[in-house]
Design a protein around this ligand. Structure first.
Ligand code: NAI
Length: 283
């Protein structure tokens, strides 16, 4: 199957970025969300990025209007009835996601593939609530989606080769590089990244060095473009804690225990950039 029309469910940070890259790559895209406000914000953020790209000379005015013409907004999930692929990018909560997948299973045509952009929830468990587990897969984009080249494709226990190949080919058409990953807690990206971030937080907690100096070590010493604590602030400390809990619960090894300082910051409402304060302050 060659995918022509897609629905992106969730018009937040990730969903709007995913919708943008699909629209720019010539796919017909329906961006779906539960509120009109979220849809308008998602569309405005796509327009803003495309306008910036035109100003920078990265794309032409014509590229921008072509992309915007490929994009439509819908508050009705039943509009997925015309789609070959759905990419879900809503809140990271199993109950909410499984409800949406049951609904998608009901409204989409039998050939449609249902993908989740989840950072950490098991694809196999999401697939199990549908009548087409062989067509359910993880399509994990990185933030910011238009910039980052990687897509982790996660095979659930029952995902077929055909589903995998269609999604891998779709990722290629988006000009992304994909990797094949099996369904384990944190997949590959967050299994490696989050323990590093958690260890950097332990280093602050134990007084090894200041947040600034730890970030400098990793930037200048290891050539990372961003230090782990600044990156944690960008991801959101609540999200970091959530993923560490998934690793700890799912793998059962104490090496994944979340640092008490991370818990304390989240309890204080210091969630990083989005709340104005994390390891750094944001005005
Ligand atoms: P976000 O909070 O920016 O956006 C979520 C959107 O989903 C909101 O607009 C909300 O109104 C909408 N939504 C909630 N329930 C809905 C429903 N039932 N139907 C339709 N829309 C609904 O969240 P964000 O950061 O975009 O994350 C979305 C997903 O992407 C999560 O699963 C997250 O783990 C994953 N992810 C996030 C990354 C990040 O850096 N933020 C990176 C990679 C994956």
């Amino acid at each position: 199957m060659s995918v022509k029309k897609v629905m992106i469910v969730g018009a937040g940070q990730m969903g709007s970025g995913i919708a943008q890259v699909f629209a720019q790559s010539g796919f017909q895209v329906i961006l779906n969300d539960v509120t009109e406000d979220a849809l308008n914000k998602g569309k405005a953020s796509i327009e803003k990025i495309l306008t910036k790209d035109v100003t920078k000379g990265k794309i032409t005015e014509e590229d921008k209007s072509k992309a915007l013409n490929n994009l439509s907004l819908s508050g009705n999930i039943a509009d997925a009835a015309s789609c070959d692929l759905v990419v879900e990018a809503i809140v990271e909560n199993m109950d909410v996601k499984t409800k949406v997948f049951q609904e998608l299973d009901r409204v989409t045509p039998p050939h449609a593939i249902l993908a989740s952009n989840t950072s950490s929830l098991p694809i196999t468990e999401i697939a199990a609530v549908t009548n087409r587990p062989e067509k359910v897969i993880g399509m994990h984009f990185m933030n910011p989606v238009p910039v980052m080249k990687l897509v982790e494709i996660i095979r659930g226990l029952q995902t077929t080769d055909e589903t995998y190949e269609t999604v891998a080919e779709t990722a290629e058409r988006l000009n992304k590089t994909s990797v094949e990953v099996n369904d384990f807690p944190g997949f590959a990206a967050n299994r490696i990244l989050l323990p590093m971030i958690n260890e950097a937080i332990y280093a602050v907690y134990e007084g090894v060095a200041s947040p600034e100096d730890i970030d400098t070590v990793m930037k200048l010493g290891m050539n990372h473009p961003m230090g782990p604590l600044q990156l944690a602030d960008f991801i959101g400390l609540d999200t970091c804690l959530y993923i560490m809990e998934v690793l700890h619960d799912g793998l059962g090894d104490s090496k994944y225990r979340p640092c008490p300082l991370l818990r304390k910051y989240v309890k204080a409402g210091w969630l990083g950039k989005k709340s104005g304060r994390g390891f750094y302050e944001y005005t």
